[in-house]
Design a protein around this ligand. Structure first.
Ligand SMILES: [Zn+2]
Length: 307
C-alpha cells in the first residue's frame, strides 16, 4: 500500500511539472505578440474611434492638443517625428487637415499607413462665395461616424491580423451605441416648430440633413473665417425674420461674431459642439463623443423648439 501511495505521489508531481512546463511554453508567444500598435489620429473624434476600437492593443496619439480645434492646426517637427514612429495615421480628409498634402509627400516611401476615414462619406456640397466644395464634417452625423468606425476597424485589422476580430467586435459595439444615439435624435427632434439653426461655423450639414433641419453658419467651413459686415447683416436679418431665438456657438472657436448677432437680435446663446476637440477639463471629467452628442440633442431641442 505504502509503495502504491508513493507511486501516486510521484505521478502527481510529474504531471504537475509537465503542466507547469506546457503552460510556460504556451505563454511565451503571447508575450512576443503583445506589442501594441501605435496610431496617430489628426483630431479628437478620430482618436476616440481608434481608442475605442483598439482598446488594450493600441497606443493612440491625438495630434491636435486638447482644447485646440483642428481646422487651423499645423503639426510641429516633433509631431512629425511622432507620426513617423506610428504604424497608422488616421486623418479625416477633405480639407479639415490643412497639412494633408504636405504629410502625404513627407510620408511617401515610409512604413506609415495613411487612412482618410471620412473622405468616402463626405458627399454633401457646401457653397461659399460661389465656390462649391465637399463638406468634410461627416463625423458629426452619428450614423456616418459608425461607418467611419467600421472602416478604421478594417484598416486596423489588416495591420494587426491577430486582433482583427476584436477590432471588429469593438467597432460593432460602438456602432450599437451610435445607433441608439441616432434613435434619440429622431425621437427628440420628431416634433419641432422651427427647422433652422444659426451656428458658429457650418459644421452641422450632415446632422441637419439626417434629422431634417437647416443650418446657417456665421463663419464658413472653418470657424476662423471672419464673416464680412454684409454677411453679419444677412444673418442678423435672417434671425429676426425666421423667429430664431438661439445662436448655437462652440467652446473651442471664436464666439465674438455670434455674440454680436445675439446682442443685436436679443437671441440667447447656447452651445452646439461640432465634436472637433475637447477641453482639458472635459477630458479630465470623462466627457466623450457620446456624452457631447447627448448634450447637443438637448441644445437642438431648445433651439428648434421641439416638444
Ligand atoms: Zn469644422
Amino acid at each position: 500500500m505504502k509503495r502504491n501511495k508513493l507511486d501516486l505521489l510521484i505521478f502527481i508531481l510529474l504531471v504537475g511539472i509537465g503542466v507547469f512546463f506546457v503552460s510556460t511554453k504556451k505563454s511565451r508567444p503571447q508575450n512576443i505578440t503583445s506589442k501594441k500598435i501605435t496610431i496617430t489620429a489628426s483630431f479628437y473624434p478620430l482618436a476616440f474611434l481608434a481608442k475605442r476600437i483598439g482598446d488594450e492593443y493600441v497606443d493612440v496619439i491625438n495630434l491636435t492638443p486638447a482644447g485646440a480645434e483642428p481646422h487651423d492646426f499645423e503639426p510641429t517637427t516633433k509631431d512629425m517625428a511622432t507620426i513617423e514612429k506610428s504604424s497608422l495615421l488616421i486623418m479625416n480628409g477633405m480639407g479639415v487637415e490643412m497639412y494633408e498634402k504636405k504629410l502625404n509627400e513627407q510620408l511617401a516611401g515610409s512604413s506609415v499607413k495613411i487612412v482618410l476615414a471620412g473622405k468616402e462619406f463626405a458627399i454633401q456640397d457646401i457653397v461659399k462665395d460661389g465656390t462649391k466644395r465637399k463638406d468634410p464634417h461627416v463625423w458629426v452625423d452619428p450614423v456616418l461616424y459608425g461607418k467611419m468606425a467600421q472602416k478604421i476597424a478594417g484598416e486596423m485589422g489588416k495591420l494587426d491580423t491577430a486582433h482583427a476580430s476584436e477590432y471588429k467586435k469593438n467597432a460593432n459595439q460602438l456602432v450599437e451605441e451610435l445607433n441608439s444615439l441616432d434613435r434619440s435624435y429622431k425621437q427628440e427632434l420628431a416634433s419641432c416648430t422651427l427647422h433652422k439653426i444659426v451656428t458658429a461655423h457650418t459644421a452641422f450639414g450632415y446632422l441637419a440633413h439626417r434629422y431634417g433641419f437647416e443650418q446657417i453658419g456665421i463663419s464658413g467651413i472653418s470657424p476662423e473665417e471672419e464673416p464680412s459686415p454684409k454677411e453679419l447683416k444677412l444673418i442678423t436679418d435672417f434671425v429676426k425674420k425666421e423667429g430664431v431665438n438661439h445662436i448655437l456657438l462652440e467652446e473651442l472657436a471664436p464666439r465674438v461674431w455670434g455674440e454680436t448677432v445675439a446682442a443685436e437680435t436679443g437671441a440667447q446663446v447656447l452651445v452646439l459642439n461640432p465634436l472637433e476637440g475637447i477641453t482639458p477639463d472635459e477630458e479630465k471629467d470623462g466627457v466623450n463623443y457620446i456624452s457631447i452628442q447627448k448634450k447637443n440633442i438637448e441644445s437642438l431641442k431648445i433651439a428648434l423648439q421641439c416638444k
